[in-house]
Ligand binder design. Structure first.
Ligand code: CMC
Length: 436
């Protein structure tokens, strides 16, 4: 860990003993101070308890900052609103990976570097035949991305900066190809090879939608919208999938395996699977009249249902990405000439009612990035099962940036949380004939 200025200390005394310890506070650039509890066990013989890690900083990072109370998201200091409006996905990728926005020469070099790696080893094509056609594309993603480590042996030495750089390029470049092929396989269409003369998002839309039998022109407004959606998903600090990537990487596992672990973690409906779940939920609600009964159900703890696309562990205010996503949604629907989309109308009404409901107000539950993304993606012709895949494509940049930062941190150790053991105390083995 880089040396931080200690702004203060906290002294903890263990009741009923004469043991005490002084805990240093560490300051980040912005955000709350954190208590450095690393000596707690050696000094007092106790661990901290924080299931879900809601109050625990597991690393220091220069990549992304979130102020959940104010609804602020910064990448390397730049507000997400400015990046979404003025930057491109590959520029943001450079920013996340390397710390700065590229100048013109660096931008070209970076874009060429990524786009030259878009093809996958030809043998990877045959891997798809091993999957059922009705496999969820996230299942295919977990398998094929993890398998990249079986093909690219020349970039697996994580101690070598060149290997790390090439692996990052390979992952950012190949994940869209793998994702688009997962879709093509599910619908029985020929795989489209990447086109390096297209932009990153444009090429992804091309590989998803084109067929070899005829020319295909990607609508530039939709390509720009897709690029923006990717920017909004590029990184989000130490969320579940990023923490999974860091934890996997802390063992020295290769980056392809680590990103496959991140994809698995992203799949769940509480995380990246929420955009798919939002559309299913809207379809189930069906009409505006059903919104109230649906919300009553969500508020009933016994129903175990949630308003998908609402709430966030860190944001206790509007998710800034949700605001940009809502604006992009209107733009995309306008471009596609969709004047009245019943699903969008339903989502707007659902949001309005939820935001004025005491249950959601008291718990500070606001729309998150996934509330509107599904509606845009559906309008763009992306099938529902590909929504989380698209999230994974964009988040690969954040995962590999966080992985690289961790590997380059000299104080990095294997991640290894402790536990409160609540099982049986030590007891003697009982032979089978003596068990009741
Ligand atoms: N609908 C209804 N109630 C909710 C919701 C929701 N979406 N989210 C939280 N709550 C309630 C929860 O029941 C609890 O109530 P109470 O205090 O009465 O027990 C309270 O709000 C606090 O919830 P929590 O479960 O402690 O919050 P958390 O920080 O553990 O969970 C979350 C965060 C995102 C998993 C959760 O809000 C959720 O399940 N949301 C729906 C799924 C979703 O949209 N996920 C996408 C997250 S953004 C994209 C990403 O990062 O992947």
């Amino acid at each position: 860990m880089t040396e931080q200025a200690a702004t203060g200390t906290v002294t903890i005394t263990l009741d009923g003993t004469n043991k005490s310890t002084t805990i240093k506070l560490i300051d980040g650039t912005i955000g709350p101070s954190v208590a450095d509890i690393r000596k707690l066990y050696s000094d007092l013989g106790i661990f901290t308890y924080d299931p879900g890690y809601g109050g625990t900083a597991a690393c220091d990072s220069k990549i992304t900052y979130i102020d959940g109370d104010e609804g602020i998201l910064l990448h390397r200091g730049y507000p997400i609103e400015q990046l979404a409006e003025q930057s491109t996905f590959l520029e943001v990728a450079h920013l996340l990976l390397n710390g700065e926005l590229p100048n013109a020469a660096e931008k070209k070099e970076f874009e060429d570097g990524v786009m030259r790696h878009t093809m996958v080893h030809e043998q990877i094509r045959s891997m798809y035949q091993g999957f059922r056609r009705d496999a969820h594309p996230m299942a295919v993603m977990c398998g094929v991305v993890g398998a990249l480590s079986a093909f690219y042996h020349d970039s697996l030495d994580i101690t070598n900066p060149d290997h790390r750089r090439i692996s990052a390029f390979r992952l950012i470049a190949k994940v869209p190809t793998i994702a688009a092929w997962a879709y093509k396989y599910s619908i029985g269409q020929p795989f489209m090879y990447p086109r390096n003369d297209l932009g990153y998002a444009e090429n992804f839309l091309y590989m998803m939608n084109a067929v070899p039998a005829e020319p295909y022109h990607v609508n530039p407004i939709l390509a720009r919208a897709m690029d923006r959606i990717m920017i909004l998903h590029a990184d989000h600090e130490q969320n579940a999938s990023t923490s999974t990537v860091r934890l996997s990487g802390s063992t020295g596992a290769n980056p392809f395996a680590c990103i496959a672990a991140g994809i698995a973690s992203l799949w769940g409906p509480a995380h990246g699977g929420a955009n798919e779940a939002v559309l299913k939920m809207l379809a189930e609600i069906g009409t505006v009249e059903n919104v109230k009964p649906f919300l009553d159900q969500v508020k009933d703890k016994n129903s175990h249902s949630r308003l998908m696309g609402f709430g966030h562990r860190v944001y206790k205010n509007f998710d800034p990405r949700a605001k940009i996503m809502a604006a992009t949604c209107h733009e995309v629907l306008g471009e596609l000439g969709i004047k009245n989309d019943p699903m969008l109308d339903l989502a707007i009404e659902l949001e309005r009612i939820a935001l004025s409901d005491d249950y959601f107000i008291a718990r500070k539950l606001y729309p998150n990035v996934d509330f509107y993304s599904g509606i845009i993606l559906k309008a763009m012709g992306i099938p529902t099962s590909m929504f989380t895949v698209l999230f994974a494509v964009a988040r690969t940049v954040g995962w590999i940036s966080q992985w690289k930062e961790m590997i380059e941190d000299p104080s990095q150790r294997i991640g290894r949380p402790r536990q409160v053991y609540t099982g049986a105390p030590q007891r003697d083995f009982v032979p089978l004939d003596k068990r009741g």
